[in-house]
Write a protein that binds this ligand. Structure first.
Ligand SMILES: NC(=O)c1ccc[n+]([C@@H]2O[C@H](COP(=O)([O-])OP(=O)(O)OC[C@H]3O[C@@H](n4cnc5c(N)ncnc54)[C@H](O)[C@@H]3O)[C@@H](O)[C@H]2O)c1
Length: 287
C-alpha cells in the first residue's frame, strides 16, 4: 500500500532536478505521473535546460518502480502546450489529483531589453499560474496543488541583487507566489482542493550549480578578474543557512511534496512553507 495509490500527478520541469525527484518519490508511493519539460534552451538563461534524454531518464526511473508515466515536451509559458500534455495524460490515466508547478529558471542574460525579466516572469510566475489554470478544471475534492517558490524570493538581497533583470524577476515572481497561494487557496478550499507552496533554500541542482551563481556567491574573486569555480562557491554557500549546510538535496523537497500531496496533510492549505535550514531567520525578510 502506497500513500498515493490510484492517484495521478502532473509535474512540470520533470526532466531533471527537483521535478524528476518529485516524479520518482510520488511514483514510489503509487502515483502515476504526467511529466512535462521544455527540453530546449531559453536564450536568456546561461545554463542549459533539461534535454529530451533527461526526460527519458525520468520515464525510465518511474517505470522501474512499476508506475505509468506520460512524458511530454511542453513549455509552461504556453497554455495550449500544457493542455495538450494534460490531455495525453488524461487519455491514459483518466484523472489528475496532484499538481506540482515546479518548472523554473534563473535568467542572467538580457539579449534584448529586459529579456531576462520577461522570461523570468513568464516561466516562474505565469508558468505556475498556467499550470494551475490548465489542470484545475479536472481536479476533484481531495486534490492537492503544490507550487515551488523560493526562499530567495522571500528575502531581500538575494537574486534581485545579482545585477541582472532576470534575477529581479526571479525574486518578484517567487514573492508573487506567496500572495497567490493565500489568495487562491481560499477560493479552492470550499471545493476541498488544497493549494500550498514550498520555498526552498539553495537546492543541489543545475539552477544552483552554474557559473552565474558561483560568481554571485564570490564577488570578491570576480572583482579580482577571476572566474569562480564550484569549489570557490562552496566556501560561501553555507553563509545562506544558519544550519551548517551548503544546500539541500532535491529529495529533501520531494519529502515535503509527498506530505503535501497525501492525505497526511488533508487539512493543510494556503501555506507558504519554508524549507530553508533557517535562512529566513537570518536574512532580511522581503515579505
Ligand atoms: N536550485 C535551487 O537552488 C532552487 C532554490 C529554490 C527554488 N528553486 C526552484 O525549484 C524549481 C525546480 O528547479 P531545480 O532546482 O530543479 O532546477 P533545474 O534547472 O534542474 O530544473 C528546472 C527544470 O524546469 C525545466 N523548465 C524550465 N523552463 C521551463 C518551461 N518554460 N517549461 C517547462 N519546463 C521548464 C528545465 O528544463 C528543468 O528540467 C524551480 O521553480 C526553481 O526556481 C530552486
Amino acid at each position: 500500500m502506497g500513500k498515493l495509490d490510484g492517484k495521478v500527478a502532473f509535474i512540470t520541469g520533470a526532466g531533471r532536478g527537483q521535478g524528476r525527484s518529485h516524479a520518482i518519490k510520488l511514483a514510489s508511493e503509487g502515483a502515476d505521473i504526467i511529466a512535462v519539460d521544455i527540453c530546449e534552451d531559453i536564450p536568456s538563461v546561461n545554463y542549459e535546460m533539461a534535454s529530451a534524454e533527461d526526460l527519458a531518464q525520468t520515464v525510465k526511473e518511474v517505470e522501474a518502480l512499476g508506475r505509468g508515466i506520460v512524458a511530454v515536451k511542453a513549455d509552461v509559458r504556453l497554455k495550449e502546450q500544457l493542455k495538450a500534455a494534460l490531455d495525453q495524460g488524461l487519455a491514459r490515466f483518466g484523472r489528475v489529483d496532484i499538481v506540482c508547478a515546479n518548472a523554473g529558471i534563473l535568467p542572467m542574460k538580457d539579449n534584448t531589453l529586459i529579456e531576462g525579466f520577461i522570461d523570468g516572469m513568464d516561466v516562474d510566475f505565469v508558468g505556475a499560474h498556467n499550470t494551475v489554470a490548465v489542470v484545475a478544471p479536472h481536479l476533484q475534492a481531495g486534490a492537492s496543488i503544490i507550487i515551488t517558490g523560493s526562499t530567495a524570493g522571500l528575502m531581500k538581497n538575494t537574486t534581485e541583487a545579482m545585477g541582472k533583470t532576470g534575477g529581479v524577476a526571479y525574486s518578484f515572481a517567487k514573492r508573487l507566489v506567496f500572495q497567490y497561494i493565500e489568495t487562491l487557496a481560499l477560493q479552492l478550499a470550499p471545493h476541498s482542493i488544497r493549494l500550498n507552496a514550498i520555498h526552498p533554500t539553495n537546492v543541489n541542482t543545475r539552477l544552483l550549480q552554474n557559473d552565474d551563481i558561483y560568481s554571485a556567491f564570490r564577488p570578491d574573486l570576480v572583482a579580482e578578474g577571476k572566474t569562480p569555480t564550484r569549489e570557490d562557491a562552496e566556501v560561501a554557500f553555507p553563509f545562506m543557512q544558519p544550519m551548517p549546510i551548503s544546500f539541500i538535496e532535491p529529495g529533501d523537497v520531494s519529502a515535503l511534496v509527498l506530505f503535501l500531496a497525501s492525505e497526511d496533510s488533508r487539512y493543510i492549505t494556503g501555506l507558504n512553507i519554508r524549507l530553508d535550514a533557517g535562512s529566513m531567520l537570518k536574512g532580511e525578510r522581503a515579505i
